[in-house]
Design a protein around this ligand. Sequence first.
Ligand code: FAD
Length: 506
Amino acid sequence: MTVWLLGDQLNPTATPLHSADHVLMIEAHGFAERMPYHPQKLTLVFSAMRHARDALRDDGYEVTYVEAESFGAGLDRYFEANPGDALVLQRPASHGAGERLREMVEERGGDCTLVDNDGFLTTPAEWDEWADADGRSGSTYRQEHWYRHVRRETGILMDGNDPVGGEWNYDDENRETPPDDWSPPGIPEFEPDEITREVHAFVAERYDDHWGSFDLDDFVWPVTREQALHALEHFVETRLPEFGPYQDAMVEGEWALDHSLLSPAINLGLLGPREVVDAVVDAYYDDETAAPLNSVEGFVRQVIGWREFMRHAYRESMPAMGEANQLDQTRDLPEAYWTGETNMVCLSEAVGHVRDHGYAHHIERLMVLANFALVYGADPHELNRWFHLGFVDAFHWVTTPNVVGMGTFATDALSSKPYAASGNYVNKMSDYCSGCRYYHTKTTGEGACPFNALYWDFLKENEETLRGTGRMGLMYSHVDGKDDEEWAAIQERAAEVREMGADGTL
Ligand code: FAD
């Protein structure tokens, strides 16, 4: 039996491999030009694929590895040599991809059976059962309900029928910012080997107009299963203890903080979600002081709650989610998203992290990059494209629900209110504002933080849609408290900020 492994299906123990002797992998170079993906993303995927190929061969599989312009051209070559072959493919997570690939195989006289994707902890059938029973609240799926359901079903961090420690959620302990003299533990280093260097040179030559750092010194991502396991172990030993408390913090000059940086490895299949969660939970049972519950639960929730939830909610909401724009936001992204050049320290830091590493941590993604685009009125699909091409861990199935659903409220399928905030939030959770040219305390006039006028203007512009949505009452009571003179000043400043955004002088 032949298993066709895609570049994000590199788990060496995936179920279909158990009964296979032959593996097909296609490295499609033209496919990588569909959008200008970050050079590090391309280096990561191609290098990880080549390392997986070699590891599978070492394990005794026969591997046909095709370098081609497209999947079509790769399949042409494969079926010329293996006419009528039957392939087994894990259903790709991105919408419609499974059917498209199956048709391509059938057009070439082959057969393609789609099976469950091993890169997730829960199956579509499990989600359907939950969604039919108690998944929906109005038109919206609730992550918290799903998360509790998965904990109960799997027994992860459970004490009989109750959550370990008595609470489902320790978020109130997880909103600290580190002291001034704090610096985060280091991240693991992986010396690029010959394969990675060769791929990197190819990427630098072929995709030389793509956005993002081509400097191999900035490339920190594990490309083999061994490296990914080492990264997991390193995270559990060094950064997990502070992961919880500093999960939402932002510190100037620090891009990784205590985050796990494991999303690229998990999304490529180099690590399985269950083994990642088990490693963290085991650390808690081994020593609660070295792996405190607020950190452990916080991390577990990200993986079995958010990651699984986003995958299924995306499946359910596509293709509508791919075009949703309930707030009718159509402005171009500010220039600073491409140049990183802005006087706003928060935006300059976050964009810089993406350019240099293809990564920004969750709160930068949500509360700086997406939040700013949201209140600015940027087109959510242009923002989605920016995230998709800019991040090493980006795939349509995960970027789209996070950007279109969570970050920009272009659909209400995932949350009942937008994650919109003013400069106040950034000031509370970071040290960015103290050195910023803009004043986070000022809403209008010269030097006022761009977030502030945009925030109020956004609420006013979208009043019709937002006022009635859940949990917006308090915000609209502040909107109602402003007089005409204040609104005129807010609108003037918001227009000025949008002009600066467009002409690159923000
Ligand atoms: P940690 O903070 O250490 O979290 C642990 C793990 O939890 C992550 O590795 C990831 O596997 C999982 N996780 C946490 N939150 C989410 C979530 N909302 N959705 C899916 N998985 C989650 N994640 C991606 O994998 N790819 C993306 O393209 C992506 N785009 C995003 C865009 C926006 C606007 C937002 C708000 C979030 C996005 N996320 C995305 C989710 C999350 O920000 C990243 O998974 C996380 O920052 C990755 O870094 P980490 O591994 O250090 O995560």
